[in-house]
Design a protein around this ligand. Structure first.
Ligand code: HGY
Ligand code: MN
Ligand code: MN
Length: 421
């Protein structure tokens, strides 16, 4: 891809008030009492967010289609519709106590770009497509970035459709239920390949704010492993069972987690080790826990180090501890990904031309861009998160940062959409 025009002459200015109004409207859907959102994948709230987006998009005449795993594609035609599209996108689903900007910013920034191009009668050679990925957050249904992983062929569709939530509902059942609540959509085969993909997202960490930068030029995403560990003891009466007869799965799980943490401790504080889900069964105050299931989210930018640490964890999570048996399985092993240097330099150039303070960085969070990068030149644009807070109802990004990130996305997509091969 030959990029000789780092900044299109007179790129159109986005409509900031419209962008911010949209964020406020979307934040009403699944709003929580503490100022966040709960719009977990394939819930009525997730669908309501998609319906609102489709309302805005179809009002501008964009076409919408959906693929077999529920990824939504909104398309603005190009002069040469046969050319592969320039793409942008992110997700509308959230964590249970999520923030108002995670994912939403990338979707609304993408829609704002399409409308800005229309407002300024900008004809692009290539179609421009906005993607709303299904279940990026991996909270109700594991794993994370589910829709983009299936679209990229990294995870088999059938296996994902059979995945159940904690209440036993499958992705397939939830998907059918929620799609029936959307306006009729063209169906689209699996596969999301384009000429270029640029995703805008909040940083979700403290780096940009600490460096007083407006824009993050993202060069890579660190790797992510997700493990599920099961500790099996023996349920017993809390009042009558002496310690020496107990097989207490909770005591064992705590000892196991302490052992893993000490084994993988990283003095450089680069490795990220998180036990975010911890389920005790039967969960009665008067029963010695018979079974504990917990998650391990492991992340690192170095693929070898991540693999070695993951393999070590699987070794530790076998055999017995405190008279209980241990087993573990990998739900996801996503390696670090480097973005396309040419596209990253487009983002850098347009941030430079607009005069925004910017810096190159690696993403600590994972994103759908990770799977797009396997098959399409991909880059990402970050805007600051206040105090680095995210996956928390207090998540916040300033209005001017949302507008700056959207302007950079518009400029960068315009370079990609109008260049000739
Ligand atoms: O967990 C992640 O990195 C993403 O925000 N879901
Ligand atoms: Mn996200
Ligand atoms: Mn997230």
């Amino acid at each position: 891809m030959a990029i000789d025009n780092p900044q299109p002459k007179g790129s159109p200015f986005i409509n900031g008030p419209r962008l911010l109004d949209r964020h406020r409207a979307m934040a009403q859907i699944g709003a929580t009492a503490n100022g966040g959102v709960n719009r977990q994948a394939l819930t009525p709230e997730d669908t309501e967010g998609r319906r609102l987006l489709l309302q805005w998009a179809t009002a501008r005449g964009y076409t919408a289609s959906i693929d077999p795993i529920g990824n939504l594609f909104i398309r603005r035609p190009g002069v040469r519709s046969s050319l592969s599209p320039v793409m942008t996108g992110s997700h509308l689903d959230s964590q249970p106590t999520g923030g108002k900007f995670d994912g939403v910013f990338g979707v609304l920034a993408g829609l704002e770009v399409l409308e800005t191009l229309d407002d300024h009668n900008v004809a692009t050679a290539r179609p421009v497509e906005l993607v709303v990925w299904m279940n990026e957050e991996g909270s109700r249904f594991a794993p994370v970035t589910m829709g983009s992983a299936v679209a990229a062929g990294a995870v088999p569709l059938e296996r994902v459709l059979a995945t159940q939530d904690t209440k036993g509902m499958t992705v397939s059942e939830a998907l059918a239920q929620q799609i029936s609540q959307l306006p009729p959509l063209e169906s689209r085969p699996l596969g999301a390949q384009g000429f270029a993909y640029i995703e805008a997202h909040i940083e979700q960490g403290p780096v940009l704010e600490g460096a007083r930068c407006d824009i993050g030029v993202v060069s890579a995403i660190q790797g992510l492993h997700l493990y599920q560990v099961e500790v099996l003891g023996f349920a017993a009466h809390a009042g009558t069972t002496p310690s020496k007869h107990r097989k207490d799965a909770l005591v064992a799980a705590n000892a196991l987690i302490a052992r893993i943490r000490s084994e993988v401790a990283d003095p450089l504080d680069v490795l990220r080790f998180t036990v975010g889900r911890f389920e005790v069964a039967p969960g009665s105050p008067h029963v010695v826990p018979g079974k504990v299931t917990f998650s391990i989210d492991l992340r690192h930018p170095d693929p070898e180090h991540l693999l070695r640490t993951g393999d070590r964890i699987l070794e530790i999570c076998s055999g017995e501890i405190e008279h209980c048996s241990i087993s573990a399985k990998a739900l996801l092993r996503s390696s670090p990904v480097l973005f396309d240097e040419r596209l990253v330099s487009v983002v850098l150039n347009v941030a430079e031309s607009r005069g925004f303070a910017h810096m190159s960085m690696v993403s600590g969070a994972t994103h759908d861009a990770k799977y797009m990068a396997d098959r399409t030149p991909t880059a990402m644009i970050f805007v600051p998160s206040e105090k680095g807070i995210s996956h928390n109802e207090l998540e916040h990004t300033e209005d001017e940062d949302l507008c700056a990130g959207t302007q950079i996305l518009c400029d960068a997509l315009l370079v990609a959409a109008t260049m000739e091969l």
